[in-house]
Design a protein around this ligand. Sequence first.
Ligand SMILES: [Zn+2]
Length: 493
Amino acid sequence: MAASSSSAARAAAADGAELHSRRRPREEGRVGSADPASAGSGKRALVDDAVTFSTDLLRVYYARFFPYRPFYRWLSYSQDPSMDLPMAQKGFMARREFSFTIENDIYIRYLSFGSEAELVKGIQSRQPHKIDIGAVFTHPPCNKESTKKGSFLPVERELIFDIDLTDYDEIRTCCSGAGICHRCWPYMTVAIRVIDRGLREDFGFKHIFWVYSGRRGVHCWVCDRSARALGNDGRSAIVEYFSAINGTMEKNAADLVPLTVPLHPSLKRALGDLETMFIENIIPESGQGLLADGQTERWESVLAFVPDVGDLKETVRVAWAAPGVTASQRWVQLQSAVAHTRSGLKQVHFRERTALAKAIPTIVLAFTYPRIDVNVTKGINHLLKSPFCVHPKTGRVCVPIVAEDCESFDPMQVPTIPRLVAEFDAFREAGGDDGAAAAAESGSAAPAELWRQTSLGDYMTKWERGFLRPLERDIAATMRRRAERAAAVTGDW
Ligand SMILES: [Zn+2]
């Protein structure tokens, strides 16, 4: 592995040199001040809106806008010597695995960085198109090959969740594959709501944040100490807890959405958010159009979850086809018909009564409940794309999403590198401080936080306030308590 890493690194260096040599002619009139070397010239930005990602733009992003400082503060969990906390774990950051995908899809695993300066240097020298974050191991991953066989083991990592719109293709009607739009994004919004509440209220986790994956999904990072310490079994148990949908929509209702009556309290709570989303975004023509006019095939996909009792289904079909009925009226008609049929059954028809009681929640869950990629969560050693990367296909930065305000997050409005460049140029033209830019261009180990003068700064400020600072406060308090306890035991006051 060491050999393949170093050959990949050599390839990266070669790529970098080639890039540099062909950068000048290509950028003329295309990316303009996107070149970090010309950033101090004050000339007007010539950003080509059509180009949202290129190696040149990436170079600018890593030189000026990647939020190294908060990123490092998060991943070091205050264990860095510079934080000066008692009982900090020496070398903690150096044991974290990073992997880079560099140009031409060259993949380099088991990278590690012992300090913020090393991290900055590592990223800037290799210009990764994608950064993945892995576990914290017993030894620095860069020394993996020289570590005694069997002793290189993962010891902790965040509990992570990966939710992707491609896993909704059998229920979304507007887009498929990599496509997303405002009609299908609400699936992600409600997934954040439901999983975030479950993690906080059912498991007691506090230090959680969500990130836009840059294209068609979201990632969740649970960073509480107890979450990071989970083994594979604990991770599997938690993701199973959140797996209310078992398989594909072809299955029958009971197999697809196994429910108990009464409902599990967490599903009952989730149904509150899910039914609102179902009514606003799934059934009307302006959303997924599940119960929209004339969509008889989609109507049948709903009726497939309704048990065959008497003439219930036929009654609903007739009511739905009547002129002037709206999608939300169709939903009310179905609920009333199911309730009416159930109340007309004697207690001895236990099986039918139970099936009818489950029908409405089953439909809502089947068409809205989060589809989690369970394998990503299960393994302590699973890599996940880092926040603050730039997605090569969309050019969008993987920005944090505030869970409490996830409805206002719009993936189409996420900054791209050209936009950051333009925003920063506008800031400078308006008389903003130029000193920071000079510091960044001088190649200093810790780049100035120029991203604060762009729209990325808005996302970061909320992330620091809502996630990073509370996390650091908690760590400091825990470490103080532990130091006091240790002092009490040893009598060292
Ligand atoms: Zn869509």
